[in-house]
Design a protein around this ligand. Structure first.
Ligand SMILES: Cc1ncc(COP(=O)(O)O)c(C=O)c1O
Length: 407
């Protein structure tokens, strides 16, 4: 009898062949060694999770709803949580939506997977940023999309290039299925798409008949300035779907997010979700609803924004202090979110340098991990939310020492 590993190649799907492990998750194992200052992960600060409040909220949910909170629930989600989200999005974002436009999902990562499932046939073209969120690339790759990369600079995605691509594909009589963007404090670069580009993006979708997938986990983590409107709220024709999550504003452990989409597409999303997990954990939805009902969410967001702003400032100050301008190294000044993006002189390769950084007990994620075509070798991502305040200065100093040696 053959070993199962020998018969698997004839059994496994083509999709399984294109699946790859998340490079960052692998890298994080390496950077969790003692003594390393890690700017690598994208994790919220665990010291900010509202544990005491949660204990009371969880007790209330169990006492008041007991059986129901522990039962299966509707695929669309808990209607009380949906109502809360509708009010929030209408009041704060000016989104003209109602209940039928919301689907509660198990984190926005699931939303990305569902979007992939209902839009992508193998080989279908989609537009993504260079750089962009790695988890989205993984999700879209698993449906064997043909990814077309468009540079993301200080003002967001290069919209002129997007137009060129849409035009090229129209000439070939092929449809670009969607454009994936993270307009606010993008992971990985921390940059925000300008209002003009948001407007242009929508008008291109109307003109060329494609849709925008707006992934928006960081929008509420704003440190200064006025936010630009959500692309989804600017759009009055249902061409933009936005993906949201409680992961960065409350806790990723709940695995809880929501999609806002035109009702014409909701049915498809609901059916795709049914086959994935029937429904998002009803217990978690009840707990989050109770937390929000008590009015705890907004003060919590204000509290974490204050602390993340402080950590960002510590990182920016340390960079100014330890890395002289003459080095030719530059970095973004994110006005929100969790990340800062660094560009090294062309001849330095952040992939090659990484082991030396780990030797110096500091870690980052190489920018190439966020470029599906493996470009961006001289870039890297630094996270400021997870390391402790006192570690940030020391970590940047170690990084600066390394760069000085290399230059
Ligand atoms: C841009 C982006 N989208 C989606 C996600 C996934 O978040 P969730 O925890 O809601 O699945 C992340 C997580 O880092 C992210 O940065």
């Amino acid at each position: 009898m053959s070993k199962v590993a020998e018969i698997l190649p004839a059994l496994l799907s083509k999709t399984s062949e294109v699946l790859v492990r998340s490079e960052i998750r692998e890298l994080l194992k390496l950077t969790s060694q003692p003594g390393i200052v890690s700017f690598a992960g994208g994790l919220p600060d665990p010291g900010l999770f509202p544990i005491e409040e949660m204990k009371d909220v969880v007790n209330t949910v169990l006492e008041r709803e007991g059986g129901q909170a522990l039962q299966y629930g509707p695929t669309e989600g808990d209607s009380r949580l949906i109502d809360f989200i509708v009010r929030w999005m209408r009041e704060d974002e000016g989104a003209e939506i109602d209940k039928d436009n919301i689907l509660i999902v198990s984190g926005s990562q699931q939303a990305l997977d569902l979007v992939g499932k209902i839009f992508i046939n193998p080989g279908d073209p989609i537009i993504v940023g260079l750089p962009t969120y790695l988890g989205a690339v993984q999700a879209f790759k698993s449906y064997r999309a043909k990814m077309i990369g468009v540079h993301v600079g200080n003002e967001g995605m290069d919209i002129e290039r997007v137009e060129e691509i849409l035009r090229e594909y129209r000439e070939k009589e092929e449809k670009v299925k969607f454009i994936y963007v993270v307009p606010d404090f993008q992971n990985p670069s921390g940059v925000t798409m300008t209002l003009e580009r948001r407007e242009k993006l929508l008008s291109l979708c109307y003109e060329y008949g494609t849709v925008v997938v707006e992934d928006s986990p960081y929008r509420d983590l704003i440190f200064e300035g006025e936010p630009f409107p959500m692309v989804g709220a600017m759009d009055k024709k249902g061409y933009a779907f936005s993906l949201h999550t409680f992961s960065k504003i409350l806790s990723p452990g709940f695995r809880m997010g929501w999609i806002i989409a035109n009702s014409a597409i909701m049915d498809k999303l609901v059916m795709a979700k049914q086959s994935a997990d029937l429904c998002t954990a009803p217990f978690g939805q009840s707990v989050i609803y109770e937390f929000c009902r008590r009015g705890l969410l907004k003060p919590h967001i204000e509290k974490i924004v204050k602390l993340y702003r402080k950590k960002r400032d510590i990182m920016l100050n340390a960079l100014d202090k330890y890395i002289p301008k003459e080095t030719g190294i530059s970095w973004t000044h994110p006005q929100g979110g969790l990340f800062l993006w660094m560009t090294l002189p062309e001849h330095l390769d952040a992939d090659d340098i990484f082991p030396r950084a780990v030797e110096k007990k500091v870690a980052y994620v190489m920018g190439s991990a966020f470029h599906f075509d493996r470009s961006g070798k001289n870039t890297l991502r630094l996270n400021f939310s997870y390391p402790r305040e006192e570690q940030i200065d020391e970590g940047i100093k170690r990084l600066a020492d390394l760069f000085k040696e290399l230059l």
